[in-house]
Ligand binder design. Structure first.
Ligand SMILES: NC(=O)C1=CN([C@@H]2O[C@H](COP(=O)(O)OP(=O)(O)OC[C@H]3O[C@@H](n4cnc5c(N)ncnc54)[C@H](OP(=O)(O)O)[C@@H]3O)[C@@H](O)[C@H]2O)C=CC1
Ligand SMILES: O=C1OC[C@@H](O)[C@H](O)[C@H]1O
Length: 355
């Protein structure tokens, strides 16, 4: 059996998502890994935070720990930078990492605006490095199976409508301006934080996998409304309309808990319902055929499931790619453009919109 590719990660920031990511990628109990992962370096605003992070989340590893991000970018033993900062810093963090010649996996939402996203990809192209938005759910085996069932096997016939919601109680009122969930300058708002998943599942329900599409992906027409609190969208509702009449409804709410069946795709011969704790972490789906017949598809997911996107990065880099076939640059730009338009119609603004 050929040896699995190994990749050495430099982790930027020691917040919640970085802890989930590192804990997951060093797991040894998952089936069929496609790569192995070394946590080579941790970068934090504080050396002590970095040390506490390693002791708490990955005590079995011994990365270099730095009290700055720059030292991680400049560490010659790091292959790829993982960026887990609030949305407003992604552009700068990406540009700094790319300038140092590093490959990058950057958390969703990739940047605040499509303009920022284009700038990052233009710089990556000039440097010849790999960059991918960490839209981790796209790498779940469940998503690949769902798209096969819907768009190759056409189990529910012609897909016509999809509805997806992500609602989570984040107690926004209790948070201060230091919170990335409250402060527009940090990129706060339901859309970029969780609405991006509703949009993703809606669009993946309505469209074949990227590799199966003929020609460039269509950007559907968008109609959106948002409810704002202190200029931040607490909730967002988006209607998507394709030229052939397919429709999507993608909603998000940052201060309300939703149920477990958060997504439905309707076709001419049945319905597909996605279940799980949230639209970011689907765990099963059920196909209900019109006229009778029902089948549920379950999927194993030890830990949280961040290793699938990490494996994809390692394999892509080993194969000399600068873009992911699952989440190529054009797809990140398409989503950022849709979200720009949603905010233009809905009213949520970032100070960075004006730059
Ligand atoms: N894929 C997923 O399931 C999830 C993705 N995310 C995404 O991850 C990113 C970060 O979210 P999350 O981990 O929840 O955020 P946290 O607030 O928990 O952590 C962010 C970290 O970024 C660093 N940072 C740098 N500058 C600032 C600043 N001015 N204010 C606050 N933090 C700063 C800090 O690390 P340090 O001090 O060490 O430098 C901080 O701990 C977002 O893009 C979010 O959308 C979040 C949760 C889940
Ligand atoms: O990506 C995410 O998924 C889970 C949410 O709790 C979090 O706010 C968001 O960033």
């Amino acid at each position: 059996m050929p040896e699995l590719p190994n990749i050495r990660w430099g982790i930027i920031a020691t917040g919640l998502i970085s802890s989930w990511f590192v804990e997951d990628i060093v797991r040894t109990d998952r089936p069929e890994p496609q790569a192995t992962h070394t946590i080579q370096a941790i970068g934090s605003s504080s050396l002590q935070k970095g040390k506490d992070f390693v002791a708490k989340h990955i005590p079995q590893t011994s990365p270099a720990i730095y009290g700055s991000y720059e030292e991680v970018y400049n560490d010659p033993n790091v292959d790829v930078i993982y960026i887990g900062t609030p949305h407003a810093f992604h552009k700068k963090n990406c540009l700094d990492a790319i300038s140092a010649g590093k490959h990058v996996l950057c958390e969703k939402a990739f940047t605040l605006t499509a303009k920022e996203t284009r700038e990052v990809f233009e710089t990556a192209q000039a440097k010849g490095v790999y960059v991918m938005e960490a839209m981790w759910t796209r790498h779940f085996p469940l998503i690949k199976a769902m798209q096969k069932v819907l768009h190759e096997e056409k189990v529910i016939g012609e897909v016509r409508r999809a509805f997806c919601d992500f609602a989570i109680f984040q107690d926004i009122a209790s948070k201060g301006p230091e919170s990335r969930l409250k402060n527009p300058a940090l990129g706060a708002g339901s859309l970029l934080d969780i609405g991006i998943y509703s949009l993703t599942l809606t669009i993946l329900g309505l469209e074949p996998a990227l590799g199966e599409k003929k020609g460039a992906a269509e950007t559907p027409a968008v109609r959106a409304i948002q409810s704002l609190s202190d200029g931040v969208d607490v909730s967002t509702a988006v209607l998507l309309l394709y030229k052939d009449g397919r429709q999507g409804i993608a909603t998000s709410h940052s201060d309300l808990k939703t149920g477990d069946d958060f997504c439905r795709v309707e076709g001419s011969e049945g319905t597909l319902i996605v279940h799980g704790p949230a639209a970011s972490v689907p765990s099963s789906f059920t196909v209900v055929k019109r006229g009778g017949g029902e089948k549920t598809y379950e999927f194993e997911r030890p830990g949280r499931g961040f290793y699938w996107e990490a494996d994809a990065v390692a394999v892509d880099i080993q194969q000399g790619r600068t873009e992911s076939p699952v989440m190529p640059w054009s797809e990140t730009i398409r989503f950022m453009e849709i979200m720009d338009e949603v905010r233009r119609q809905g009213g949520a603004r970032f100070p960075q919109d004006e730059r």
